[in-house]
Design a protein around this ligand. Sequence first.
Ligand code: 6R9
Length: 675
Amino acid sequence: MSENPSIKETLDFEERIVLSEWSHRNCSVAEYQKMHGDSLAKFENFWASIANELEWFKPFEKVLEPGEYPNVYKWFVGGRLNLSYLCLDRHVKTHRKNKIAIIWEGEPAKSSNEPLEVRQISYYELWRLVNRVAYLMRHKLGLKKGDRIALYMPMIPELPVLMLAAARLGVIFTQVFSGFSSEALSARVNDLGARYLFTTDGYYRRGNIIRTKDIADKAIKDCPTVEKIVVIRRIGLTDINIDNNRDVFFDELLKDVPYNVYVEPEQLESTDALYVIYTSGTTGKPKGIIRDTGGYAVILNATMKWIFDITDEDIYWCTADIGWVTGHSYIVFGPLMSGATTLIFEGAPDYPEPDRWWSIIERYGVTIFYTSPTAVRAFMRLSPDYVKKHDLSTIRLIHSVGEPINPSAWKWLFELIGNKRCPVGSTWWMTETGGILISHTPGLKLVPLKPGTNGPPLPGIEVEVLDEEGKPVKSGVKGYLVIKKPWPGMPGPPTGMWGEPERYNEVYFSRFGYFFTGDYAIKDNDGYVWVLGRSDEVLKVAGHRIGTYELESTLVAHPYVAEAAVVGVPDEIKGEVPIAYVVLKTGVNPGPNIQTELKKWIREKIGAIADPKNIFVVSRLPKTRSGKIMRRVVKALALGKPVGDITTLEDESAVEEIKAAYEALAKELEAAKKT
Ligand code: 6R9
């Protein structure tokens, strides 16, 4: 774990910021704690009242019920609803009918002479289109409730359209982030047993064309359940491979679907699955988290109000990729359920110029800005003039997500982007939680801000920080963050994890008996939670979650590699980056470019996000006498820290070798700095 060194400093400093502009919401810590305590005291009634703010086809009979498998719960049992209905049909019956639902901006050309590619889609248009696509899915592809599809899609409006159309029919989708490799894609498609794979010919990123269809072609060779690839033409590439028996173009399927078809939304059970999302853990293959329908809708609806204070006037922008959970919840389903205008952009933050984001905020008058600490740290390195030349005065609320925010990044957002007027929060949650669980809640009550904290747990959410033995630690002491009560949005029935009935309970509940998040945290005297980072073998690289185990097993799958150990080390911008130590098989002669070769291998097998910063070839790894790699030791060495007790080590020379590798690198970096 890369601990945030400034947290201790901030805890001691106890800076508290109260914004006079938010006086209508400001409250004391005691007041918040009272409200929070009340919500827990009448837990089920509390969540029932929040759930009743939604429109249900059939009201739920029971708030919460244990499922068939340990620690899997059913929320809002007996209730029927549909997220496509809640995101669209409900709004087109109101004043929101002609309101813009989605503003989309394509990647601008390098030359400013070319017009910007922008699409603004009203709720009514989106509703029409989703109906047509749902019709297409049902009648042309034969999809029905419970079938599975995979979406390997870039950031274009067709992606939310596909998600909403699938949701309308009860077709379970999984999205695979468009930066993942063909192998990562086929593993997920196969695990879910998807019938169709939706992708594009390509997309634009930093002035390049990424050829998604080529990657999909490669992936699909090993995917027996996939009947067809449906290709959305984003670029209009004429040289992609088309297999007439297997590939179909989306526009050709859609062409003769009448513009006015209506597909009645399936009345789904609250406990029916909406999607499956794969995420990295400490061991084994990625975990397919099952997302239910009712609990998820409730947590999103609540958090859009409490945390984002969403109103009809807002232009809301979450800068994540829709392929990650943040995009599922807070670009698509959350904002659209709230009737907001949600902004989607294709491309990168710094292309064609480093002010792309600030120009977007100015161009559309963004009011709510939800971003990541990694992006902030990258911008902080550049001249503030890129920001200052744009009018950002429309912004009224800022949050970040994905990793701990260091106080200086927080201050940069607060001062430069928010002009000291806007609440800035750091919303804690994870793929497994579905929605935000720990955050400041400017839309409800606003306790004083503190740079770097996540703030208090939301009403209805009970968390605790425990020591090794599972006892609560005192305030200010670091421990393990657990969630004590079930929450709406938690992994859904029947098994929490797709196809793996035992694993869910084993992974999350075996250690403490409560849901263990995997995070280290501190609770301060005000009950604010400060998540410090992961306590396990999961890395957060630029906010992306990567298991060291996944990287290690990919490395040892290379024909030259016998053993591998991967650890995370702090990085000024990305928060954390992987470093790998590998032992080669005896007798192989890899040549001088083995590091480059292994980096390429990881890109091919997982994707560029997992690219290790350094790969060191060593002759042995530090192991216990029973043959287990001592990661603690590898990690300390990678950080240039003392290794502590190594009496159980089998062979101390392994330590010396890694130490030497670290020192050589440190020297190299020092030399590079000087030149
Ligand atoms: C939404 C998302 C989950 C892990 C989580 C924690 C870290 C996320 C954070 C944060 C500190 C925040 N994390 N938000 N840490 N402050 N505001 O990121 O999901 O990709 O599953 O990652 O991210 O370590 O355990 P996911």
